[in-house]
Design a protein around this ligand. Structure first.
Ligand SMILES: C[S@@+](CC[C@H](N)C(=O)[O-])C[C@H]1O[C@@H](n2cnc3c(N)ncnc32)[C@H](O)[C@@H]1O
Length: 282
């Protein structure tokens, strides 16, 4: 424990901010933005400039998007005002320059297709946030709202996780580079009839203190064919799946590791656990 925390009697868990913890442990906005830019360029032959980030939370991704080109702008939509306010101060205002003019946050429900009048080149919904919609009607309604918010050559990009392991009750711990805490992903419950799952994120700190249930996810685990069908039913003309390339890791065991490169596929190799992108064309 640092002397500062000893003096104040605070543990590292007391002193931590959950948005900072989440951003450091969960998000990799540079990699997402690189995939978005490259994919749009490949499919549309030009640069995407306006990105809409649904479920934007602290809008870290929107800021990263705008950092890649002064001509880029972003709109972030989220229901939770305190989270938007934190992101405005710590990500948007803190970035300085004209970032305040280029990132617009809207407090709204992503189901509200009039939340933003501006049509986007790319709309994204990351970290599996759409899993909050538990019925086909609700998920289709969300996809239809995302479709309506796109330009006619726009792309809707979501990430998705799956594989046999996603139906197990399990806890996975991961040390976060250069940080004094461990991230714990807890798949606490899974109902094989409804596919409802209850998951938590916990954090454990180097002084032994913990933040249990820092985030709770009450989700339906959708399968890829269901998502693809619902995107088409919502109006998208074509849906592509981009799968991460895996290679043998340097270790002696048979472990494979992800390369961070995603290729369009139709028959990927089955895996116990995967996280990939789905790209839907307007
Ligand atoms: C898992 S966080 C995602 C944060 C960030 N986008 C990321 O990629 O890590 C989910 C966010 O969705 C927001 N949210 C949940 N339901 C929503 C809805 N119907 N409309 C808009 N935002 C919603 C929550 O307030 C929360 O900030």
């Amino acid at each position: 424990m640092s002397s500062k925390h000893k003096k104040s009697g605070k543990t590292l868990a007391d002193a931590a901010n959950i948005h900072d913890l989440y951003q450091n442990a969960v998000q990799a906005p540079e990699a997402d933005v690189e995939f978005f830019i490259d994919t749009y360029k490949k499919l549309r032959g030009k640069q995407a400039l306006l990105m809409r980030e649904d479920f934007c939370g602290t809008a870290l991704l929107s800021v990263e998007w705008c950092k890649t080109d002064p001509a880029r702008t972003a709109i972030g939509i989220d229901l939770d005002k305190p989270t938007l306010d934190w992101g405005q101060e710590h990500n948007i205002d803190a970035a300085g320059g004209d970032m305040k003019e280029r990132v617009t946050l809207i407090e709204a429900n992503v189901l509200d297709s009039n939340a933003s009048k501006v049509k986007a080149d790319i709309t994204c919904a990351l970290n599996f946030s759409y899993n909050i919609f538990k019925t086909r009607d609700a998920l289709r309604e969300y996809f239809a709202a995302a479709h309506k918010g796109l330009k006619e050559d726009g792309l809707f990009i979501i990430d998705m996780f799956g594989g046999t392991e996603t139906m197990d009750e399990l806890e996975e711990e991961r040390d976060v580079d250069d940080e004094d805490f461990t991230y714990i992903w807890d798949q606490d419950k899974f109902n094989p009839i409804t596919h409802e799952m209850l998951c938590y994120i916990h954090f454990k700190f180097s002084d032994g203190s913990k933040l249990k249930k820092a985030f709770t996810y009450d989700w339906r685990l959708w399968t890829m064919p269901e998502v693809i069908e619902l995107m088409k039913e919502a109006g998208f003309s074509k849906v592509r799946v981009f799968w991460e390339e895996f290679v043998d890791s340097d270790d002696d065991d048979d472990e494979m590791e992800g390369t961070g490169n995603y290729e369009e596929v139709t028959e990927p190799e089955n895996q116990e656990s995967w996280v990939n992108y789905i790209v839907a064309e307007y």
